[in-house]
Ligand binder design. Sequence first.
Ligand code: NAD
Length: 370
Amino acid sequence: MDTRRDFLQKLSLGIGATALTDLPASARELYSGPKADKQLRVALMGLGSYATRVAEAMKDCKMATLVGAVSGTPSKLETWKQKYNIPEKNTYNYETVGKIKDNPDIDIVYVTTPNSLHHKHVLQIAAAGKHVICEKPVADNAKQTREMIAACKKAGVKFYIGYRMHFEPHTRELIRMREAGELGKIMHVNNYMGFKSGDPNQWRLKKALAGGGAMMDVGIYALNGARYATGEEPIWVTAQETKTDPVKFKEVDETIMFQLGFPSGIMASCGTTYAFNNYERLYVVGEKGFVELSPAFGYGPIKGRTHLGPMNQPVVTHQTLQMDGIADIILNNKPDPNVTGEEGLKDMIVVDAVYESIRKGGAKIMLAGK
Ligand code: NAD
């Protein structure tokens, strides 16, 4: 049996419809097998560190192939042509990228530029009639995200967010357990994600390019995790901010605690920071059991335990599974998973509310109508 194809078939059913307990224990098994006949042909836009990680991970993909690149730096395009065997005709800069419309050899563009450029770049790609994957955070705010969704809809192209955790086996097992009722009624979630930010001159600390700070960059994992751990959509938000280094974090948030209230009456207590390391955990507790993932959101290996003992899930390269998963969905017309633009919008509505609550001194922000 082709275990990998089987796995991908399960992935493509979307969160909630899968049973992953029969996954192979070793990643090697998962990555074995030939390339599929049909390939999703991908161009990366913004050739920085994450694009490089994706390109390396795609070497193991079975259904997705890196075929194109978009960069403002000619020397980078040269390097990428050599390194990843990308033909000249599939390379673009930010001014010529609209011409990708006339290139039948590229199916989808993966936008991996700084956060505040996502809006502009996704609109450009949609206008060129290509499917698009956009890195997280999808945009600076919900308004921009709505415009991106509308543009993709109008152009008739698919719009996904690089929410790689949705393809990660421990995460999927947690969702399966919750949906199967194995945790009982969910009672509480406690998620946090942060790290100590380095270089004070990086774009991540500049509001005009990052949109915000830790909340935008990694707090989004705690937030998205609260949604998939509960299976509910929050109805209110409160948030508090502190800065231990107001000089370095002059423009963007450093440390934020936020709380989400859900329709069932339960709360999620979440945190995010750019000020310290060893801050990465998802904890969901129900009436019958719990799941703890720690680390929970980074590149892994993700580790997990439940009320039954250690989780026995394969260690994978998230980006490989994400790209193959999205390829399978597009090429084989499978239902969309929880990584669509609409999912990004649900998170951005909450991010907006987190910042609004902070501006209003921790006020409770109701999400209805936002
Ligand atoms: P990076 O700085 O390493 O790369 C950004 C790229 O964008 C660079 O190649 C840069 O040259 C290019 N760029 C284009 N226009 C630019 C401009 N005006 N200013 C600055 N750079 C410009 O950053 P990165 O870590 O690769 O992050 C890129 C995106 O990927 C971000 O949105 C980030 O949130 C996301 N990301 C996601 C993950 C994940 O696990 N899903 C991990 C890291 C980064």
